[in-house]
Design a protein around this ligand. Structure first.
Ligand SMILES: [Zn+2]
Ligand SMILES: [Zn+2]
Length: 298
């Protein structure tokens, strides 16, 4: 349920100029308008499941994206019934859309899989346990080459110039009949940034392995600990259970809680956070419009 200062679920990820949206609850357009971004050119929208609080913002978003010229298609990715939802809306609203929308339904959502691949990163989906078929996502960058050491290149007789660029790209070069490989001048490969998105699920052991080593895990923390029985029945997580996932996964740098129960007032949100921090100290309450920077690992 949207509240005056709390919109429904959606997270925008920007990576090197590409924009990705995870879920699109009612009011997502309004929230995006407040950001000073060219958000109408979102490359892909990943939907966790087709409950209203995660998809009712979609028709407006798709129509508004027609206000800018785009040649690239927009990918709409999610579990079964997403296509039906999209097509019914498109037909009944006689939606004007001036670009290509490619809907990819994950036909076997119970299997973890790569659902989107770009230059240097990929998005995986993995199963969650909810009252409707529901998936979580990770956006993970590939390993990047290690840091380039120019002094080593010079020592090995490779002059500054195009050869350095080749070495930095991981290629070997031949100078004056001698071959120098990139590993002689590069440090160890650096891991890429990983973002994980988990919402609307009962606890499920397999989630931890998927979100391992996340720089940021956005995870629903809908209820306080005392409401655990009700949470389990509705197939949602308490903030304690979200923190247990982060701890159990290993390597998670920070945990952003979201998808709060509409009954949670500020005082109860504080309690959600306190309870989560008892299990995973680096937890915080994610807020509408909050911008989180995930720097490269160097
Ligand atoms: Zn749901
Ligand atoms: Zn929900």
């Amino acid at each position: 349920m949207p509240l005056p200062h709390r919109h429904l679920t959606s997270a925008l990820v920007r990576r090197e100029g590409d924009l990705f949206l995870f879920d699109c609850g009612e009011g997502t357009q309004v929230a995006l308008k407040k950001l000073n971004l060219r958000w109408k050119k979102i490359s892909a929208i990943f939907i966790s499941h087709t409950h209203a609080d995660h998809v009712t913002g979609l028709p407006g978003m798709l129509m508004l994206s027609s206000q800018v010229d785009r040649t690239d298609p927009l990918y709409l990715i999610g579990p079964p019934r997403l296509k039906e939802y999209y097509e019914v809306n498109r037909r009944s609203l006689e939606m004007y859309v001036n670009y290509e929308i490619i809907v990819h339904e994950i036909s076997n959502p119970s299997e973890p899989q790569v659902v989107f691949k770009g230059d240097g990163y990929q998005v995986r989906s993995f199963p969650l346990n909810h009252s409707r078929v529901c998936v979580g996502y990770t956006l993970e960058e590939e390993l990047r080459p290690g840091i380039f050491h120019p002094e080593k290149a010079r020592e090995l007789g490779v002059p500054m110039g195009p050869f350095w660029a080749q070495l930095q790209a991981g290629e070997a070069v031949t100078v004056a009949g001698r071959t120098v490989t990139s590993d002689a001048v590069l440090g160890p490969p650096r891991s890429g940034v990983k973002f994980s998105y988990v919402t609307d699920t009962a606890p499920l052991a397999s989630i931890a392995g998927e979100v391992k080593d996340s720089d940021l895990l956005l995870c629903e923390g809908m209820f306080t600990r005392d409401l655990e029985a009700g949470a389990r029945e509705k197939k949602h997580l308490t903030s304690t259970q979200a923190a247990e996932i982060a701890t159990g996964a290993g390597g998670v740098a920070s945990l952003g809680l979201f998808h709060y129960s509409p009954r949670c007032n500020e005082k109860e949100l504080k309690r959600l956070l306190t309870e989560a921090r008892e299990v995973f100290p680096n937890a915080f309450l994610a807020r509408d419009g909050q911008i989180i920077d995930l720097p490269n690992h160097d």
